[in-house]
Design a protein around this ligand. Structure first.
Ligand code: PSU
Ligand code: MN
Length: 345
């Protein structure tokens, strides 16, 4: 089974130049994660009893039930993808967006392929590690999540991968066992993921506990606190702190030389000038979560409710903050890739 590596990416890898992997789920599936916030799960004993017809109306997986309109619509998603690639280039690295096209995993997309991904949106299947074999075997199209993107990046020798936010342990995940495969992938695949942390609709402290169990090195960039995507703070201390791209590169280098074989998570706070809107968005998320609980919105209704309510409450500013933080992550990721390439020369 082959992986199609774009010529520019293959050439850069062959000469040990800086390459940064990028995921495709954020392009095709919008900005808010397909997460199921707390109290939404009717299987939990803590909320209320539900009758059988309610129970039967709940479909799994919840991700299959998302509304057709993604948080980042076309052409905004394409524009963002192109701009993120440009930031990587300006900083001196080669971008490699990863997706599965007609059953073939691609590392590095042409502008036509990127456009196809952006236009197709949710027609591309959200592809985590568990979905890869099926999408490939059926000749399908897959937008790779963090876990699948890490898998392919590592296969072709790309040590650094930039995204917005990663998946985590869901609220009440200790009962539902809904824990993103991003976390187990970080435990077993030696790729450094640069993200803005974890959204507060997840359980951030349990996410950090789980990453510790998985042996993942977690470092916060220029802060002592683990960031919560839209906000610089989460109330959780980060296990360690880094203050420069060179320091990040040294960690990746040490991880490789020791054959630790586990991943690294570098958490970068949202840029300060976007943090104000981040705080508004965070309040909106908290309000929407509370409303969902009060209205007893359950099952597959919760994600559309959250998407809609957060959009109403913030008037679209979440999109701008999201784009800004991805670009900020892309800049650092490319700097780290350059520093790592210099270390190896
Ligand atoms: N978190 C975000 N934005 C995203 C995602 C997560 O803030 O777009 C996407 C990423 O692709 C991530 C995936 O890998 O959702 C996790 O999905 P799940 O919770 O189903 O594992
Ligand atoms: Mn899940």
């Amino acid at each position: 089974m082959s992986i199609a590596v774009a010529p520019e990416v293959a050439a850069a890898l062959a000469r040990g130049a800086a390459v940064v992997a990028l995921e495709s789920t954020i392009i095709s599936h919008g900005q808010l994660p397909s997460t199921l916030p707390f109290a939404a799960d009717p299987l939990l004993p803590c909320t209320r009893k539900i009758n059988n017809s309610e129970r039967n109306s709940i479909r799994f997986p919840f991700t299959a039930c998302l509304p057709p309109s993604p948080g980042m619509p076309y052409p905004k998603n394409l524009q963002t993808a192109v701009e993120v690639e440009a930031v990587v280039r300006e900083t001196g690295a080669i971008p490699a967006t990863i997706a599965i096209l007609d059953g073939v995993p691609h590392v590095g997309l042409s502008s036509e392929q990127l456009k196809r991904l952006a236009i197709s949106g949710r027609q591309f299947q959200k592809t985590a590690r568990r979905d890869i074999a099926h999408v490939v075997a059926s000749g399908g199209n897959g937008a790779t999540t963090v876990s699948a993107t890490m898998f392919f990046a590592h296969k072709v020798g790309i040590p650094i991968f930039v995204t917005g936010g990663i998946g985590g342990v869901h609220r009440h995940g200790e009962q539902t066992m809904d824990i993103s495969s991003d976390l187990t992938e970080l435990g077993k695949t030696p790729v450094a993921v640069i993200s803005a942390g974890v959204k507060s609709i997840l359980d951030i402290s349990r996410t950090l506990e789980y990453l510790e169990t998985q042996g993942v090195t977690v470092a916060a960039y220029r802060t002592n606190e683990f960031p919560a995507f839209f906000t610089e703070t989460s109330g959780c201390q980060a296990p360690c702190r880094v203050d420069s791209a060179e320091e990040c590169a040294k960690i990746i280098y040490a991880n490789r030389n020791l054959h630790l074989c586990s991943g690294i998570l570098i958490a970068v706070p949202i840029p300060t000038h976007h943090a104000a809107s981040g705080n508004i968005i965070e309040s909106a998320i908290q309000k929407a979560l509370k409303e969902a609980e009060e209205k007893r919105i359950i099952g597959n209704a919760i994600t559309p409710f959250m998407l809609e309510r957060v959009k109403e409450l913030t008037g679209g500013s979440s999109l701008e903050a999201n784009i800004a933080l991805v670009k900020n992550n892309a800049r650092l990721g490319a700097e780290v890739a350059v520093a790592l390439s210099n270390l190896q020369q």
